[in-house]
Every structure is written in structure tokens, then in C-alpha cells.
Design a protein around this ligand. Sequence first.
Ligand code: NAD
Length: 492
Amino acid sequence: MGQSSLLKNYINGQWCLSSAQEQIPVDNPATADVLATVPLSPVAEVDQAAQAAASAYREWRRVPPMERVQYLFKLKGLLEANQEALAQLVTQECGKTLAESRGELQRAIENVEVACGIPILMQGTVSEDIARGIDEFMIRQPLGVAAVIAPFNFPAMIPFWFMPYALACGNTYLVKPSEKVPLTMQKIFELIDQAGFPPGVVNLVNGAKEAVDAILQHPVIRAISFVGSSPVARYIYSQAAAHGKRVQCQGGAKNPIIVLPDADMEMTTRIAADSAFGCAGQRCLAASLAVTVGEAKEPFTDAIANTAASRIVGNGLDTGVQMGPVITAASRERIEALIQQGVEEGATVLVDGRSPTIPGLEKGNFVRPTLLQDVPPEGEIARTEIFGPVLGLMHVETIDDAIALVNRSPWGNMACLFTNSGAAARKFRYEAEAGNIGINIGVAAPMAFFPFSGWKESFFGDLHGQGHHAIEFFTQTKVVVERWPKEWSRQF
Ligand code: NAD
């Protein structure tokens, strides 16, 4: 695709040019090349997609689950056949390394695989003889039209935390990708088209705030899944609720990892660096604070400083590159300003990744791995999500102090412990107030068959994405109490 290529919406099984007044460029964050132009679709186009989905729903909900999943099996094959091309596209528009993009695609496909189990996953329950001759059963029925509003950092994977389950359960769907990375969904919708879903069952609308507000207010949309920053998550949650919709919003994070003195330092450092600097720190499960306990301070600090300073930064498409750019120039400026704020609050810059020169990529949005030492626990920087390759270091004397620090945080997406002690691990997983826990794991990302369990300011709602939560979110329960008169029953 080139600068002139204007991305399209996919509504009712057709590719449509948007009538948007506003169109914005999609830049490659490593090179600043313009990859395409994305329309910021107006309200009327969200309405067209929602109406198409509403009329497709009437027939789609009657398609037996075993038949519905055949489309998903087909889509899985197409995603696998195009995995490499999609990974290249993710890297081009999002900046992460090719290995990271391939991993992201694998996680998307995994969700399709799990949703293919819907014939058994959405089964109901029956109690025979709740009173003499009376039976009661609970069945799960789809809701109608559902939508996802996605962030920039996993352009392929995040819509798949929701979409395959929604479709398999018999709902019809609308995807609003991030306007920063719309190319990947454009390509995935070509595959959705090839998979042959009936027109209107899955729809794509590109856009930004206007499209999001139209989704929030649309009367036929029954359920909304959102992933993005916490201020927007809070807004979506309140607006969706005010319009009577079912809603789940996964928000931002500030994830601590705790290092005990008995941890395997070589392994811990490698895993901590991958967590903090993988995807240039733009993962909601990125480690952003490392808390050393007791004698762990010196060996961990020395090792992580070496690892951070030697990380190979460049274009994610190039072999050997370990970290790509951040998404936009504005993002780079924000990250560098937050590093400076950390210094003003009393932290020391142990490894400084600001304003790097990456030969041949002078226009890219690069920040190299950065370490802030002695981050004050009460400062802003200990609480603000930086969403860049910056790891803050803190130190305490006991595991109880470390857990208290974790639990004082307003966030609750992930907390990890590095140790060789089973007792310490148990105490940590029992007491830490976060929804995803890692023990000697740096990115505790749940597999598709578990819910992605953010807590506190990292999640607004009840049911999370993926796993059984997704089945509950995308269905409504119906309870039937049934009695048949004896005279009629005796005839058979
Ligand atoms: P963002 O909140 O800026 O945007 C997310 C989506 O909301 C986009 O589709 C965007 O078009 C829309 N949007 C943005 N501002 C809006 C507004 N004012 N009104 C209506 N809609 C609006 O997030 P982002 O920068 O794309 O993504 C990064 C954030 O996502 C980070 O905070 C990260 O932690 C979070 N995230 C969380 C998870 C999780 O599972 N908890 C996963 C990935 C990313």
C-alpha cells in the first residue's frame, strides 16, 4: 500500500469508500514513511454497519453453532496461511520486531481455536424434577450486535480476544480498530471476506472519537468491548452503561516485578528485560517497576543495567533487532518528558535512552531502554503509566514491604515475583492485588482459555476478555421452567 491508498470500511459484505471529511496518514514509526491514509468515518457509516449487523443477526443466530464454527475454522486456516504477511504488516505500522508480531498473530489464532469449541462451551444446564414432573433449564442465547474498540499496541491480537467468541455465540459484529494501526485489520478483513461469512455478520469501520461515540450511542449495539488507556476506558464504561449496554473495558497499567535475593539472577534479568523493553515497553503487561528485596539490589541492578544498555534497537523488520520504535513522535516526547519528571522527583537516570541516533532511521520515533533508579514510591512517576521502554527501580527490605507497595498501587493488571521459594510464591499470589500474576514469568499473559483478568484501575466491568468470561459476556441466560400435563405425556 502507498500513501495514496485510502483504506476502506467493510460493511454488509462489501468494501466501501468512506465519505469522511477527515483522513489521516498511517506512518511507519521506524521510518516515518506514510503507509496509507485512514478515513475517520462519520456517524452515518457506523449506523450503516450497525444496521447491517442487526439485519444479519436475525439469520445468524439461527445457524447451528456447529455450522457457525466452520467459518472460524476456515478463518483460522487463512490466518495461518497469511501469518507471515500479517506479521510484516504489524511490524510496519506498529514498530515491534517481527518475532513479536509473529507471536501476536499466534495469540490471535489461539483465540479462534478456543472459540471453535463453542458447541460445548455455550451449553446450558438442566435440573430434572425441581418439583414432581417439572424440569428447569438454563440456556445461553446471543445478545445481538456487539462491537470492539481497539488500541494501537496489538493491531492483530486484541480484536480476537472478543470477536471469535461473539460470532461463535451467534452475535454479529463491528470492529473499530485504532486509527494509528488500521492496516492489519484491513488485511484480516480480506481474509474474513474469503472465509465467506454471510453479509453483515462481521463489519469494519475505521475511525476515531466520532465513530466511537456513534458506537456508544447506537440503539442496536448491545455490547461493547474496549481495550485502551484508563481515562478512555472510564469514559467508554460510563457512556456505554448510560446507554444501557453491556460493557467490558480493559485499561492501562503500571506493572511491578519483585525480585527476591534467592531468585536466579541470570534468568530474572533476561525475563525482566524482555518484559520491560519488549514491544518497546508498549504492552499493558510490560514490567515498569522492578522492586528489589534485601540483597537482590546490587546483582539485579548491575545485570539489568548491562542488559538495557546493550539491547539492539532499530527497524523491527531487520534481523537481529531486539526493540523497535514507539508508536508516534508525540509518544516519544511524552516518554522523554516523563523520564525528566522522574529525575525532578528524585530518581537517577542509570541508563539514559533519550534522543538516540539510530543510523539510517533518523526520522523514526526511537527511545532506547532507560533505567530510572531510586524511584520515590510516593512520586507521580511511580504511578503514571509511561508506556515506553522505561523501567523504574525501587528497593525494600522485606517481601511484606514489596507486597504492600504492589497493593498501594491504583493499578492491578499484573504483578510478578522472582524467587526460588515456593512459600514466598504462594504468599505473593495469595496477597498481591492484581488480576494477572507471574511467578518467575515477566509477561503473565493469559492463554485464550483463561480470562485476561485486570483489576482496579486496569479494568472496568465484570467479565473480562477470553475464555469462559467471553462466553458469558456474549450470551444472555434464559431460564425455562417446564411442566407437561400427564394426559398429554401418557400418549407417548
Ligand atoms: P487509547 O485509549 O488512546 O485508544 C484506544 C481506542 O479508543 C482507539 O480505538 C481510539 O480511537 C479510541 N479513543 C481514543 N481516545 C478517545 C476518546 N477521547 N473518545 C473516544 N474514543 C477514543 O489507547 P492506545 O494509546 O491506543 O493504547 C494504549 C493503551 O492501551 C495503554 O494504556 C495500554 O496499557 C492499554 N492497553 C490495555 C490492555 C489491557 O488488556 N488492559 C491491552 C493493551 C493495551
